[in-house]
Design a protein around this ligand. Structure first.
Ligand code: PLP
Length: 383
């Protein structure tokens, strides 16, 4: 097949950024300061400032950010976490890896996140905390109500912000509504360090514990004296150098993504058979532009037809609910989450990255409209 004209994601490194990364890497290699040094410290400081928090702790991946954050929140005492059924593997795997149990919740059809009623339905006497995932970069308008509900019940709230770099609601950055937030800097995310993650928090003790769990449970970085069952989740200087040049582009990235998203929203307004899910706040990361398809639409076929037109759709968020993943069978109780299951089955994510032109966005809209008009994709109404 021909390469797609419009690809779903594309990392964005300008020449000046590449030069700065190369200079930083050169310094690391010549000084021998390869990990957990000046670059990592600067990346942490800059992230904390950007999010308006006291602490940012860099780790090796988003999954590690979740695991270290969960260990810090729960110690090694176990407990049960409520996790939305429609999230990514790591949202459920991280609690299990941290020795916690997982109970899945349903979500709201407009926000892809659980509201208080969904949490009420899922909570048990064993529940110790809630993992809220800002799907596609959308912070649910229920976030304050969810945080208040957690506080009333003595549960911690941890935010999976892997999609939500730069997303703010009422001026507050994603990751600041609960006890802590976890970011990923994987290659496909809004900001990337190639691989990497970050835990943000205002809580001094939590930050101390995350640092401990990140570095093999050593209170003193250079001494082999271990007080908790930590792992090696450290970020290297080389990765931090990449993350730093991305972070300083955040505002420009958000502006570019917003431009594409607005063009989509305008173009979809008259189109039948689709319902875009839009964040109710600004700025939004626009990690994904989510479009819910009418029931009965053949998503596989729609994807294939659009691909023939040169448009490659992004991965769904997500194709299967977590309890349908083979790995979680027997590890997570199958949940009652009809809304999440339905949304998983019938949404698509339009291509969205910072280097898309208006013409690219229009090509996506044209390909979508043509695919929806295909009788094999959208069955004609029955009489
Ligand atoms: C990407 C992602 C993660 C994990 O991040 P990695 O850096 O790939 O480990 C966790 N949660 C969600 C929702 C993600 O999209």
């Amino acid at each position: 097949m021909r390469p797609a004209r419009v690809v779903p994601v594309r990392p964005d490194f300008r020449d000046a950024d590449i030069e700065d990364v190369l200079a930083a890497v050169r310094t690391s290699l010549t000084t021998g300061q390869l990990t957990q040094g000046a670059q990592v410290e600067a990346f942490e400081r800059e992230t904390a400032r950007c999010c308006g928090v006291r602490h940012a702790v860099a780790v090796a991946s988003g999954t590690a950010a979740l695991v270290c954050g969960l260990r810090a929140l729960s110690g090694e005492g176990g407990g049960e976490v409520l996790v939305p059924a429609n999230s990514f593997y790591s949202s459920a795997a991280a609690p299990l890896l941290a020795g916690l149990r997982v109970r899945l919740t349903d979500v709201d059809a407009g926000t892809l996140a659980p509201g208080v009623r969904d949490l009420e339905r899922a909570v048990t006497g064993a529940t110790t905390g809630v993992l809220l995932v800002h799907m596609g970069g959308m912070i649910t308008p229920d976030v304050e109500a969810v945080a208040a509900w957690c506080a009333r019940r003595g549960l911690w709230l941890f935010e999976d912000c892997a999609h939500a770099h730069g997303s703010r609601l009422g001026g507050r950055h994603a990751g600041t509504f609960g006890a802590a937030g976890a970011f990923s800097f994987y290659a496909t995310k809004v900001l990337t360090s190639a691989e990497g993650g970050m835990v943000i928090t205002d809580d001094d003790e939590l930050a101390r514990l995350v640092r401990l769990y990140r570095n093999l449970g050593k209170p003193e970085p250079w001494r082999s004296y271990h007080t908790v069952l930590g792992e090696n989740a450290r970020m290297s200087e080389l990765h931090a150098a990449v993350g730093r040049v991305q972070l300083r582009r955040l505002d420009a990235f958000l502006t570019a993504r917003d431009r594409v998203a607005r063009r989509y929203t305008a173009g979809l307004a008259g189109l039948r058979g689709v319902r875009p899910l839009l964040p109710q706040h600004s700025p939004a990361s626009w990690y994904k532009y989510v479009v819910v398809l009418d029931p009965g639409t053949d998503r596989q076929r729609l994807r294939a037809l659009m691909r023939e037109e040169g448009v490659q759709l992004g991965g769904e968020i997500y194709e299967l609910p977590l309890d349908a993943q083979p790995v979680f069978r027997g590890r997570i109780p199958a949940g009652e989450h009809p809304v999440a299951t339905d949304l998983c089955a019938r949404h698509i994510c339009l291509p969205l990255h910072t280097r898309m032109s208006d013409a690219d966005a229009d090509a996506v809209l044209r390909a979508l409209e043509a695919a929806l008009a295909d009788p094999d994709v959208t069955p004609p109404p029955r009489h």
